[in-house]
Design a protein. Sequence first.
Length: 460
Amino acid sequence: MTQLIKFPENFLWAAATSSYQIEGAWNEDGKGESIWDRFSHTPGMVKNGDTGDVAIDHYHRYREDVALMREMGLQAYRFSIAWPRILPLGRGNIVQAGIDFYSRLVDELLAAGITPFATLYHWDLPQALQDEGGWTVRSTAEAFVEYTDVITRALGDRVKNWMTHNEMSVVVNDGYISGGHAPGRKNDFVGAVRTGHHLLLSHGWAIPVIRRNSPGCEVGAVINANYNMLGSNSKADRLAHNFGDGIWVRWYLDALYGRGYPADIREKLQTSAMVPADQWDFIQPGDMDTMATATDFVGLNYYFRGVTRSNEVPAEENDQQTVFQMPKDDVNWTEMGWEVYPDGLRHVLARLYFEYQVPKIYVTENGASYSDAPGPDGRIHDERRTHYLEGHFRAAHQAIQMGVPLAGYFVWSLFDNFEWGHGNSQRFGLIWTDYQTQQRIWKDSAYWYQQVIKQHGIAE
Ligand code: IFM
């Protein structure tokens, strides 16, 4: 008989999605335009000109989709709420049809025995707020609190797990530095730090509002932290690694856990004139305390390992031994070009617990993009995804054995869906989607996950 690696009794097996990536119905029932509608409708911004206009049509098919979740045995489901469906202009006028959609979804989940985990912001900011400056201005943080109040008053009796923001560092870095995400700004370092600040601030302001409207609930933010390793011991690499980890990870964790912004990173931003010393007046007294308002958990999105090599390393330092990376084949690298590195998940989970004393952690996203499609037998043999997930579940289990309070695991993603700048070209789903017919087909990894859930563990 196969031995099982069992997970703790209350450990939740789950999956995740987000509104813009699956819902479609981009302009139905009074929904306002979001920055992702605007961005994807702008030629050249998204691969192949794909948009989330229809996506996988979840807005109309949510009942069928919840039935699939139930069949898979999911114990929890993480989805996000599209702010412009609720308040088309970001504040003021409320659209009841938008609220009703999420209310029906929540009822359907609860009837199926699936615990809803709702994310308030997974990147689809109302365009009207962007037109006023988006997250670079404080008034957007104030509008977020208004939106939070409206939606948590409507759903707070039934939704008891709330996440404020998804991956603030991606909103900042991809939205304002690389420009690969909406609103598509490039090298706007001042805009970037202002955006990060107002996201963190609005997170802190929203917490008491959520707690008031959803008695007994648990609240947290979702951060993305991949495993950042030093490429070598050269000084240049060490500096580059520290800065990279600083702007992607420490900036947010330090602020959320009461340490303020990391002084070394702030100094570097100032001395390099990326964000000159006279540009920091957006930080007002009390803001840092607000960001550090106590939460119940943190959500971790983990995908890969990054190995930092500075592009300034002088030739003579370059021949120092570098970190071994797996050969670039299609088992060790996903189609996103991300290294498969399960051990990194254990390291990051340990970091969250031992460095920041986070009381409870969920893996709120983890998964892999592979384009396996239905074969002649009609099935989708995506062994690489199963292999990826199995390795990461094992690493999660090791973290639990080290004492990390990991409470659940949300596979990204339940369905193939709109992958931001990559459009429909990257498929992360357990369930395959035919974008023409909207037919859903279970991949082999979905059947495997169904078994994992049933057994509450993985094979030794
Ligand atoms: O699809 C995204 C998701 O929206 C946020 N985290 C990373 C995923 C894969 O890129």
